[in-house]
Design a binder for this molecule. Structure first.
Ligand code: ATP
Length: 359
């Protein structure tokens, strides 16, 4: 049994705008001190859900709880929950230090306490040296840290972050993902991050809720979503995936022209119903000479080879597969076999790496 206490929870929350249902009868529990990501395609309801947690949006139905107390009708400024906006919303005419102080001054805390807390947060976010600069004298990454410092100094029970890294370029974004995770770990405050970037969610979060059409399609640890997707939507959204379309058979999926592909799980629907086998590109090996003994193998022709430095992406045209089968070969493990376009190959994988999905 987990000893972790829920810090915030939603129960049967719905929110519509006119005829659009942005959040649809959704329940969710946030645990103390976790890094939680709300992930999903544009329009799936992530931001609306975040705004419901923040108190900027009142749900049409359902309840919001914080530390067990019902706060559904409590306004945003009365909640010990902070929302960090995508634009950071820093005051341009104020220094970094004044931006960070502002929230505590509004609370009318004693000056020595404000000084102490601001000092601590500036140190933690490595902003001490630039405390007297104004936002326009900072880089994008530094501005982002000021916005974080300003939110953290208030010591919220939960910090909500709407696409916090969207304004940064790719390299900086990758650095900040790790920095944000480290910071969250150090301060121990529950973070809820909205992102449409699956890579970002996998790197940063302890748990990820993948949303679709206002509902949670699957919730779990990043590895869980990647390795055990429960629906095609999840398999497709998280990482790169190969889908082999066929029909449920005893022990796996029957694929036209390729026979039975074994799966590591049981079908949830009867024999003959449509099903797919999901296999990640890094789980497939290529064989040029003979059909390998591995239980699952499909024959095809190499259509494309892309060199990415650390790995090689080989695209294989396989009859019956809707799109090219993608195979990722680490260049460090590459054998002397050289692949060429037009070559016949077997794509093989161990059945334990093939998951059957019927939804
Ligand atoms: P994105 O990643 O594009 O920001 P999202 O997953 O955050 O998308 P939401 O912003 O929550 O999605 O929007 C969910 C749905 O609700 C969308 O169809 C959107 O157009 C609609 N919606 C959100 N806010 C409003 C509003 N204030 N008025 C009308 N419709 C809205």
């Amino acid at each position: 049994m987990s000893t972790v206490q829920p810090v915030m929870s939603l129960e049967g929350v719905s929110k519509s705008f006119g005829s659009v249902t942005a959040v649809d009868d959704l329940s969710l529990t946030l645990e103390e001190g976790e890094f939680f990501a709300l992930l999903g395609p544009s329009g799936c309801g992530k931001t609306t859900l975040l705004r419901v947690l923040a108190g900027f949006e009142m749900p049409d139905r359902g309840s919001v709880r914080l530390d067990g107390a019902d706060i559904t009708s409590l306004r945003a400024n009365r909640r010990p929950v902070n929302l960090m906006f995508q634009s950071y919303a820093l005051f341009p005419h104020m220094t970094v230090r004044s931006n960070v102080r502002y929230g505590l001054e509004m609370e009318k805390l004693p000056a020595p306490e404000i000084d102490r807390r601001v000092g601590e947060v500036l140190e933690r976010t490595q902003l001490e040296e630039m405390a007297n600069r104004k936002p326009d004298q900072l880089s994008g990454g530094q501005r982002q840290r000021v916005a974080l410092a300003r939110a953290l100094v208030k010591r919220p029970r939960v910090l909500l972050l709407d696409e916090p890294l969207a304004a940064l370029d790719k390299k900086l974004r990758e650095e900040m993902q790790l920095e944000l995770k480290r910071l969250q770990h150090d301060v121990g405050i529950t973070f809820v991050v909205v992102t449409h970037d699956q890579g970002e969610a996998l790197v940063m979060a302890d748990r990820v809720a993948l949303m679709k059409d206002g509902c949670i399609e699957q919730l779990g640890a990043p590895r869980d979503l990647y390795e055990h997707p429960q629906t095609r939507f999840v398999a497709d959204f998280i990482g790169t995936t190969n889908l082999f379309e066929g029909r449920v058979a005893v022990g796996g999926v029957q694929l036209d022209g390729h026979g039975l592909l074994k799966a590591d799980n049981e079908a949830e629907t009867p024999v003959g119903e449509p099903a797919v086998i999901v296999v990640r590109p890094e789980r497939i090996t290529l064989h040029v000479k003979a059909r390998p003994k591995t239980a699952n193998a499909v024959k095809g022709t190499i259509a494309d080879i892309a060199y990415h430095g650390q790995d090689l992406n080989v695209h294989v045209a396989v009859s019956g597969a809707g799109r090219h089968v993608q195979v990722r070969i680490s260049t460090a493990q590459e054998t002397s076999a050289t692949y060429r376009i037009g070559q016949s190959v077997w794509c093989a994988w161990n059945p334990e790496h093939g998951r059957m999905l019927t939804r």
